[in-house]
Design a protein around this ligand. Structure first.
Ligand SMILES: Cc1cc2nc3c(=O)[nH]c(=O)nc-3n(C[C@H](O)[C@H](O)[C@H](O)COP(=O)(O)OP(=O)(O)OC[C@H]3O[C@@H](n4cnc5c(N)ncnc54)[C@H](O)[C@@H]3O)c2cc1C
Length: 492
């Protein structure tokens, strides 16, 4: 390429890194990434907790198999355990439900047998699968996943559990309530009442048994970044406004204005900021503002909070083979309104813990999961307050007042000013068109001004893998390819 176009990528998360890397590998020589913070990786963030490596952000490779770019890159860089490379692992189709060995505790301090809650689990998995099918059939009995579940449960309970006594039924209802909280974490939403029923099925899973990065997810980011020219990323450079043009054609059409006043001119800008940030700042981030249909899709799509609370113990109070601990509140019924006092009862929203494995590496560390407004409130508390709440919770559910955490550490994705939450989901009223609108470059079709001034990547712009690392990578590559093909065509 003789005269390389100027390309600015906003955001040094995995999507921005992958877009820039592909452009550089295709011969583009004038590529810059402007990143608000002092580090690359965004929502891929590996930290330390005592002697352990922990993931503050992305945790798993969801569906590690040939079609998953995270898996292929991680394999290429030698970042995976041999088990994850096993073809049997790649062929397993778990459809988003990892086969975790559970331990179940209740609020009266009882430890249940896993089988005790199988009926609730089976019904829940079946309901979610029915909802995914609804999408393909085009039927839509109510607006949200939560409402659908609450309307279906009484009928299915009446049919299937008619011979069960009230206590057994009530336990199953508590279990479904717990599963709904877990599903809020999966979807990164406050309530499944906010997740659109018709659009729930847009999300697609890949085959493969979810696996982790033994040396930390950030190893992937470091390897990818090491292949970029060292001056390509400019850190501590928040972008305030992208000035593009709808009307007259002009040289260096786009001006990227930073918080410190510095301006970068560019032929093309790839915006990869999180949807949460876009929701908050879209009115000022673009001049002229985004076209109305794009603005509306930014507003309509959901972006909620899911946080982790890491907790270390001297010794385990769960079984050696246990992968996940579920905490059932016996007074909670899926059909009744949830408590709303976030301040006094936020901890009820924590559905349970996953166990960090192997024990030889991590010691006895659990990762608690909490979504929604309660999670956002939790972020405002001190570590001492969070530790106190976790301690009380563990005492209550184990019935053992001597089990005390050594330490805790929690993520704070909602209050991260460059993320403003965790990840996206299709909210009530959303359709595939909203994701298409997110993807559409500026200026939109039919404009007389310079094409492809502003392009959009990032997790929330993938039509079926939104909310994941592989979705973010594929979206970055898609926008790099758009420019690559634009220049290969214009050369002809
Ligand atoms: C708690 C949690 C758990 C998760 N677990 C998983 C998982 O197990 N598996 C999985 O696949 N995915 C998971 N995800 C989702 C995954 O982390 C994201 O989908 C992915 O990392 C998003 O990449 P991105 O490049 O689109 O965005 P980001 O990583 O958010 O990158 C955007 C970048 O833009 C920067 N930025 C923002 N505003 C500006 C500005 N004005 N100027 C300049 N720079 C700016 C930010 O600082 C950031 O570096 C999880 C996320 C969270 C929060």
């Amino acid at each position: 390429m003789s005269m390389s176009p100027k390309i600015v990528v906003v955001g040094c998360g995995i999507s921005g890194i992958c877009a820039a890397r592909k452009l550089v590998q295709s011969g583009f020589t004038d590529v810059k990434i402007l990143e608000a913070t002092a580090r690359g990786g965004g929502r891929i963030k590996t930290g330390r907790f005592g002697n352990s490596i922990i993931e503050i952000g992305a945790n798993w490779i969801h569906g590690p198999s040939e079609e998953n770019p995270v898996f292929c890159l991680a394999r290429q860089y030698g970042l995976l355990d041999p088990e994850a490379l096993n073809p049997e692992n790649q062929a397993m189709d778990i459809k988003g439900h990892p086969p975790w060995v559970p331990n179940v505790f209740t609020s009266s301090g009882r430890k249940l047998n896993a089988e005790d809650v199988y009926p609730a689990q089976d019904m829940f998995v079946e309901l979610l699968s029915d909802i995914s099918d609804l999408h393909t059939q085009g039927g839509e009995p109510c607006p949200s996943v939560g409402e659908f579940i609450r309307s279906e449960v009484p009928q299915r309970v009446a049919e299937r559990w008619k011979d069960d006594d009230a206590t057994t039924r009530s336990l199953q209802m508590s279990a479904i309530s717990n599963l709904l909280k877990a599903e809020c974490c999966v979807n990164g939403t406050h309530s499944m009442d906010e997740v659109g029923l018709a659009s729930y099925g847009l999300y697609k899973t890949l085959p493969g048994l979810d696996c982790t990065f033994p040396g930390g997810y950030e190893g992937l980011v470091k390897n990818l970044m090491s292949e970029l020219p060292s001056d390509l990323v400019i850190f501590n450079k928040p972008v305030r406004c992208v000035h593009w043009t709808q009307s007259e054609p002009r040289e260096n059409a786009v001006i990227v204005e930073c918080d410190d006043g510095e301006r970068f001119t560019a032929d093309h800008v790839i915006v990869t900021v999180p949807l949460g940030y876009l929701k908050k700042h879209q009115a000022t981030l673009f001049r002229p503002p985004l076209p109305l249909h794009k603005m509306h899709s930014v507003q309509r799509l959901g972006f909620g909070t899911n946080n982790k609370i890491f907790v270390e113990f001297d010794s385990p109070w769960w079984d050696a083979e246990c992968d996940a601990i579920y905490l059932l509140w016996e007074d909670e019924d899926v059909l009744e309104q949830q408590r709303t006092d976030v301040h006094s009862s936020w901890i009820r929203k924590l559905f349970g813990f996953t166990v960090l494995k192997p024990t030889e590496k991590y010691g006895h560390v659990l990762c608690g999961w909490i979504a929604g407004h309660e999670s956002e409130h939790m972020e405002t508390l001190s570590e001492v307050e969070v530790t106190r709440a976790i301690t009380q919770l563990v005492h209550q559910f184990t019935g053992n007042p001597t089990i005390t955490p050594k330490r805790t550490l929690h993520s704070q994705w909602f209050h991260d000013p460059w993320t403003c939450g965790s990840y996206s989901y299709p909210a009530i009223g959303c359709s595939a068109q909203d994701l298409e609108n997110m993807i559409e470059p500026l200026p939109t079709k039919g404009s007389q001004s310079r094409p492809l001034q502003v392009l959009f990547a990032g997790e929330a712009t993938h039509p079926c893998y939104y909310s994941t690392v592989h979705g973010a990578i594929l979206a970055g590559w898609r926008e790099a390819d758009r420019l690559i093909s634009h220049y290969s065509k214009s050369k002809l």
